[in-house]
Write a protein that binds this ligand. Structure first.
Ligand SMILES: *[C@@H]1O[C@H](CO)[C@@H](O)[C@H](O)[C@H]1NC(C)=O
Ligand SMILES: *[C@@H]1O[C@H](CO)[C@@H](O)[C@H](O)[C@H]1NC(C)=O
Ligand SMILES: *[C@@H]1O[C@H](CO)[C@@H](O)[C@H](O)[C@H]1NC(C)=O
Length: 529
């Protein structure tokens, strides 16, 4: 007896902060103590999170709550325990086809979540938004790129200038394929959103979609997980259960290997456990090693992706059964498409090969890889507005043989920086015959598309590309529909000796950087048609 008592006393000395796990009521809120250092409150009226106490510090902002979108409004909010170790708060919106789940696991310091939508949510996008106090969390995602404190809005109420630097919440984004954990930090604390494998399966936009992760204001960190949005949207939204994902509190950044298999025990509609899923395995061949090899599967209900390893071997995430379009990308450039059917409990083998036909261009600027990063300003535009003084001057001349890709602008604007110019020389033999000028783009804004000119040759502008009706490069965006344009250059246009190509913009749009523009993937000249 005495020994047992002594032993228990030692245990309680070692773990002084552990409180009882469970759900109580405080005011008009459910209070969940995770017994892992985190206590959170969920309003019984709206389902908003109204308090986030972690190890004695309040992280929840006081004037705005943590919620789906900007709040689901009046909701039916209920709580239940599942066994002794799980607490589930269910928020069913009265006005929107949304059910949000907040789940705690005993001894953990995370809020596990799932978001189920059965129709479009007003005002037309879907995101989880934690509004946190900036005091204890001064450093945002990609800090300070998305911190607008003390700044002046210079475009659309969301791009700011702080001192000499431009800032924008879109500069906090990361490609979904890489966005497994994003964190904001304070002294000895990391608050993170964790999107483990499968979290994006009913989001939209594919592996290279990027969206807002964070905005720092004078007193708050707005901390986001975007599921559906209209930001450079390329495909319809998906409905259904989204997640699991988690808001995590810890001393150091968590990794993305989050075990959410316990959702199986929670009886949550729409959640599909591992036993109801299958895989696709195989080899992706023909993508040169200097590029990432990316596999993507999608249908109207679900989407998945993975990287292949250096030998091209891949295994998909655990997928829901169904028939999928399967795409192979060379970095972000689509090089093969096929179809594959996934069955629950089974692994389907499906190899895929790069379908590009090899050829040698007369010259090429950049790489056809679906990204503008190797071109001028391509290394910085993700976190800077094109007017930012830290960027190099737009426009410019690329001289074949002596210039590097960094001399060619990654974006060409109708009313800023002038056209891009390519100077090149041909000899009497290779100037003969017809040529093709190929211009690969990743994104078009306001109908912006290439308008080439060589001497007196100016072809009619290509047809107007589909407008995504969303700002692009001015918010660090580069991925759109990826139009590639082939212009037939008639024989006799190019001559022996020096030639000059200018690449301007056809399209309309506003003034300055909101004039019609396009983002360049690569440009090349090919002998023949
Ligand atoms: C950070 O946490 C460690 C471990 O709990 C503690 O020893 C240290 O004093 C803390 N540092 C600060 C600045 O709070
Ligand atoms: C490009 O070629 C044009 C026409 O030959 C010439 O005027 C211009 O100076 C050249 N630009 C550069 C940077 O060499
Ligand atoms: C002309 O240029 C082509 C391509 O660079 C080269 O293969 C060929 O040898 C050149 N011909 C002469 C006569 O210089």
């Amino acid at each position: 007896m005495a020994i047992t008592f002594f032993f228990l006393s030692i245990l309680s000395l070692l773990q002084p902060t552990l409180a009882a796990f469970g759900i109580t009521t405080v005011g008009n809120a459910f209070a969940v103590d995770t017994a892992g250092g985190l206590v959170f409150h969920v309003s019984k009226a709206t389902g908003d999170i109204t308090s986030l106490m972690y190890r004695g510090t309040q992280y929840q902002a006081s004037d705005k709550q943590t919620q789906i979108n900007s709040g689901l409004g009046a909701s039916s909010v209920s709580s239940r325990m599942v066994g002794a170790n799980y607490a589930v708060i269910t928020v069913k919106s009265n006005g929107n086809p949304v059910t949000q789940y907040y789940i705690a696991k005993s001894g953990d310091s995370k809020i596990y979540m799932g978001t189920d939508i059965r129709g479009e949510v007003q005002p037309g996008e879907l995101r989880f938004l934690a509004r946190l106090r900036k005091g204890p969390l001064p450093n945002g995602v990609h800090h300070p790129s998305a911190d607008n404190a003390g700044g002046t809005a210079i475009e659309g109420k969301d791009v700011f200038k702080v001192g000499s630097q431009t800032r924008c919440k879109f500069f906090s984004s990361t490609r979904f394929i890489d966005d497994v954990v994003h964190s904001i930090h304070g002294n000895n604390v990391s608050v993170s959103l964790i999107m483990p494998e499968g979290a994006y399966e009913t989001a939209s936009g594919g592996p290279f979609m990027r969206d807002i992760n964070n905005q720092g204001t004078s007193d708050q960190q707005e901390f986001y997980y975007y599921m559906n949005s209209g930001h450079l949207r390329t495909e319809p939204w998906r409905m259904g259960f989204k997640g699991p994902y988690a808001l995590s509190f810890s001393r150091e950044d968590p990794n993305g290997k989050l075990d959410t298999s316990f959702f199986e025990k929670l009886n949550i509609p729409g959640y599909v456990p591992a036993s109801g899923r299958g895989h696709v395995t195989g080899t992706a061949s023909g993508v040169p090693l200097k590029f990432q090899t990316v596999l993507h599967w999608h249908n109207p209900q679900n989407q998945y992706w993975t990287y292949a390893d250096k030998s091209g071997t891949f295994k998909s995430p655990a997928m829901k059964p169904g028939t999928y379009t399967m795409i192979l990308y060379k970095q972000e450039y689509k090089v093969a498409t096929s179809s594959v059917t996934v069955r629950a409990g089974a692994s389907t083998s499906a190899n895929i090969a790069n379908a590009e036909k090899p050829y040698t261009p007369v010259w090429r600027v950049g790489e056809f890889d679906g990204q503008p990063f190797e071109l001028k300003n391509g290394d910085r535009f993700l976190k800077m507005h094109p007017s930012d003084s830290r960027l190099s001057k737009w426009g410019g001349t690329f001289t074949v043989g002596t210039s590097s890709a960094k001399d060619f602008p990654m974006a060409i604007f109708g009313k800023e920086g002038g056209p891009a110019t390519v100077n090149f020389s041909l000899n009497a033999t290779n100037a003969n015959g017809a040529f093709t000028l190929r211009v690969g783009t990743t994104l078009s804004f306001k109908g912006g598309r290439p308008q080439p000119k060589i001497g007196a040759w100016t072809p009619p502008p290509p047809k107007v590309p589909r407008d995504l009706n969303s700002r692009g490069i001015t918010r660090g965006g580069y991925r759109g529909l990826g139009e590639v344009y082939d212009f037939a250059i008639p024989a006799g246009t190019l001559k022996a000796g020096p030639n000059t190509l200018t690449l301007g913009v056809a399209g309309t749009g506003d003034q300055g950087y909101l004039s019609a523009n396009y983002i360049v993937d690569a440009v090349e000249l090919i002998h023949g048609k």
